[in-house]
Design a protein around this ligand. Structure first.
Ligand code: HEM
Length: 491
């Protein structure tokens, strides 16, 4: 048996509702890189080292790729459908296969011009709205950029301003999801007796399920109607699902929840990294200066950095990896469960144990990182890999970070996420000096969503780095607007 902490659920639960990663880190220092915790009727194994993560979640992937059907998240919000919360079975394989047709290399290559356009559009809006030294909170801009990317991929349309009602609604749904689901935060997930009782959390989860099906299922219905009317709708996940629904046996809720997995999994996450970048970087003018010297040398001032430039901009690339190491939006990932008993180095991990990847400890290990609490992009200067490539390295101690999870359930959205983040951050560095406002110090405290974290609201000043910034942005926007490839339509 693993070493189990001596806290019963009464003792350990309050310590695991807010910032649970800090408690798990403290216990990892005391009990080692693999220990267990019991909450209610559930045993958890906490994995805090890259070696054990690889041995269990990757090498023994046939055993450690299951998911617990969490009461709130899997049973109520997702109604047992979708991809993220489905156990390791044929339904999951089918949904993952369908999702991948829109997230694999070839698919991402086909719509990278959309990602390119949305990043430029965000920069243009930031530039326009921050003129004359106006203070600006970049969070909504990052949120809309990520949202437009996912809306285009999932439903074939985009919003044209941060005031579009879909911006508010989609961000509200993602936030509601983050607030009522968490890997270890809801006692009701682990004490079946509570599941029979009415509770505000249960009502919120039911309302969220209804809203997801109404909002995203409603968009699918609308596309279905247009297809039936013979209209040529843009290629997107919804269209693919409608085309294959009979042969793949997908019902309306399946499609609505698979679309929700994109809208929830793909919006707050990438936006959160862009937001952490904008919250952190004003405190590091030297880092900005060095990145900008690199950009001036490689890209110049006459055009924006592109995807192709990434390999030639190792310092900008390193900044992104370091933001991700310091501010993983999901410190405890999405836990896996063991589908059978497994003995690891003489310790029994019983069937149905929930296995939590404690990435906070892994990202802050003193064995790997000198002064791990400091933000220091130099750590990654010589690591030119993409995270999606780094995840496949044979030596898990060489992997850049564990933000996207591990093994067969690893985030299938890595490729698109990395491109979105690169385009947004390299362009912000290219265009602006990001400056703290003395009377509004930026609080780097994490917004305490239960499953995902972003910074608490803040303002910055964006100073265009040189005269021609606006002109380049205007020109690139004009050129992109002239591009008709996607024929994005109304809604
Ligand atoms: C910075 C951005 C992102 C982060 C940090 C992130 C993180 C994660 C993590 C930790 C998991 C669980 C992995 C595991 O079980 O080991 C996951 C799964 C998933 N992610 Fe992402 N993600 C991001 C972006 C995206 C994007 C852009 C999409 C696009 C649709 C996406 C879709 C999904 C889906 C569908 C799953 C469920 C996979 C499964 O259970 O098989 N994610 N993500």
């Amino acid at each position: 048996m693993l070493h189990t902490t001596h806290c019963n659920h009464k003792g350990s639960f309050p310590m695991l509702t807010h910032y649970p990663e800090l408690t798990l880190d403290k216990w990892a220092r005391k009990y080692g890189s693999l220990y267990s915790v019991r909450l209610g009727n559930q045993l958890f194994a906490i994995v805090s080292s890259p070696g054990i993560a690889k041995d269990l979640m990757i090498t023994q992937g046939a055993i450690f790729s299951n998911r617990k059907e969490m009461f709130i998240k899997s049973q109520i919000v997702f109604a047992g459908r979708g991809i993220t919360a489905t156990p390791y079975n044929d339904r999951w394989r089918k949904h993952r296969r369908i999702a991948t047709t829109w997230l694999n290399q070839q698919a991402v290559d086909s719509y990278s011009n959309v990602l390119d356009f949305e990043a430029t559009d965000m920069l243009h809006a930031l530039y326009t709205d921050s003129q004359n030294g106006r203070h600006i909170n970049p969070q909504t801009y990052a949120g809309r950029c990520s949202l437009n990317n996912m809306l285009t991929i999932t439903f074939g349309f985009r919003t044209d301003s941060i005031h579009h009602p879909m911006v508010t609604e989609a961000l509200r749904l993602s936030r509601a999801f983050m607030n009522c689901t968490g890997p270890m935060s809801n006692l009701v997930d682990f004490l079946p007796i509570l599941q029979w009782l009415p509770s505000p959390l249960k009502s919120k989860a039911k309302a969220l399920h209804r809203d997801l099906v109404e909002t995203y299922g409603g968009l699918i219905n609308e596309i279905d109607g247009r297809m039936k009317d013979g209209e040529q709708v843009p290629d997107c996940l919804a269209k693919t699902m409608l085309d294959i629904k009979d042969e793949e046996n997908l019902d309306h809720v399946d499609m609505a929840i698979l679309a929700s997995a994109f809208m929830i999994g793909g919006v707050e996450t990438t936006a959160s990294i862009m937001q952490w970048f904008t919250a952190l970087i004003p405190a590091y003018p030297d880092v900005q200066k060095r990145a900008q010297e690199e950009l001036d040398r490689v890209v110049g001032r006459g055009r924006l950095p592109t995807l192709a430039d990434e390999v030639k901009l190792p310092y900008c690339h390193a900044i992104i990896k370091e933001v991700e190491r310091c501010h993983n939006p999901f410190w405890l990932g999405t836990p896996h469960t063991a589908s059978s008993d497994f003995v690891y180095e003489g310790k029994l991990i019983p069937k149905d144990t929930v296995v939590v990847l404690n990435t906070w400890s892994m990202h802050h290990s003193e064995d790997r990182w000198e002064r791990p609490l400091e933000f220091n992009p130099d750590r990654y200067f010589t690591d030119t890999t993409l995270s999606s490539t780094s995840a496949n390295l044979a030596d898990p101690y060489e992997r850049d970070h564990w933000m996207f999870g591990a093994g067969r359930r690893i985030c299938p959205g890595m490729l698109v996420a990395e491109r979105e983040i690169w385009l947004a951050i390299s362009r912000m560095l290219w265009a602006f000096d990001m400056v703290q406002i003395p009377e509004k110090p930026i609080d780097l405290k994490e917004y305490d969503g239960m499953s995902g974290r972003s910074p608490v609201p803040f303002d910055v000043r964006l100073e265009p780095r040189f005269e021609g910034v606006g002109e380049v942005l205007e020109r690139e926007m004009r050129e992109m607007r002239g591009w008709k490839g996607w024929g994005l339509t109304k809604l």
